[in-house]
Design a protein around this ligand. Sequence first.
Ligand SMILES: *Cc1c(COP(=O)(O)O)cnc(C)c1O
Length: 438
Amino acid sequence: MAGSAVWHPNTQMSEWESFDRIVRGDGMWLVDSRGRRMLDGVASMWCNVWGHSNQELVQAIARQAQRLQHSPLFNLTNGPAETLAGMLVKASPGMYRAFFSDNGSSAIEIALKMAIKYWQNTGENKKTIIASLKNGYHGDTLGAMSAGYMPEFFDSFRSHTFRARQFDAPSRRGTRRGSGRSQDKDAYDTDRCLDIMEKALAGNDRIAALVMESGAQVAGGVHIFPDGFQRSVQRICRRHGVLLILDEVATGLGRLGSMIQYMSQQSPPDIVVYGKMLTGGYLTMAATIATKRIHDAFLGRYDDSVHLFHGHTYTGNPIAASAAVQNIRMYKKYRLIRHVERASRIFAEQTDMIRSMDAVVDIRTKGLLMGIEVSEDRMPSNAGSANKVFFEAGMRNGIYLRTLGNVVMLVPPLAISEEELGMVVRRAVKTIRDVTNS
Ligand SMILES: *Cc1c(COP(=O)(O)O)cnc(C)c1O
């Protein structure tokens, strides 16, 4: 509303006279102050799992809020944080200890600090360089921007970021209009990317860690890794003494169709990061989880200063942890991953139809993630940012969208019914047609 004191994220404020005010959430639907209902097509920034106002989650939060609201992990512990750490470590093969923070960017910073100090603690002081993949995204804080450096977003801050050694991620050869399955290995320049990476890692003994998104690059425009790529990167890192940090903030916990994405990619990392969907999308919490080898390198006498110099005020907040514990329990109780597998077939069945649309350049999908790339030439001129144009057309069609430029993202809550998922696709297609007049 005009006169609101809120400064909105990643938003050109002059472009918006007012913002639609959401007053209530009801399952897969958002309800605004005028009583309009729209489908949550992006799971409220990719984090909602069960839909809004799920009573099991709300009750878990309310029960904990009655008893203990916040208690820090400094010198103390609390039940929900301990239970959650145990569950996460058990669900993540090879992992040993979970370090909690409040958001994905912080959790990435923690992973980077763990990696750098791991090598110091083991006497390899020269291993300080962070490697990553071009077009990867790891968050908006300085360290996360450095690792996931994208010039089009972060250029203004270049002088304050550190230089990561960035490698190409595989891209599809030939025509951009996709042919065949999006993960079809032969369609990519995977071998070239792996070759360059292997030579660089073999020839540089100063690289501490390689950080990459697990399974797919999401914020970079929904690019799904071809089969076998991530497993090969893991092997290369292992061969050359480089730690592997996998960012599952967006892709873990079911989004791409498996609970732990690195398991389906057969690429056990040294450190894994979870975020967005950890609390079912209800409260803010992230986790950085490390193997025993990493953790034990931080053990010593206090005066040795080998412990991890990192802590946040709200680390391990019991209300957020209670939400996360309840969320993870419900994955099993309701066989959520099986539901995602079934539901994602609806996405897969629609790809040919969407790809055949005139204005669509490419479509990429895996699990309950879909990116539909709309031709720049088909965007209305002088209408403002692509995101705003799609958002407004989406609102008229009863669906909440937040695009990445001209890539329309469909990222519904994981527990969405097959019927509602069909509605998401139909409303998104209608929105693309409205915007591009096709
Ligand atoms: C969203 C995201 C982050 C950052 O998480 P925030 O909670 O927004 O700080 C990091 N990595 C990936 C892959 C993400 O999608």
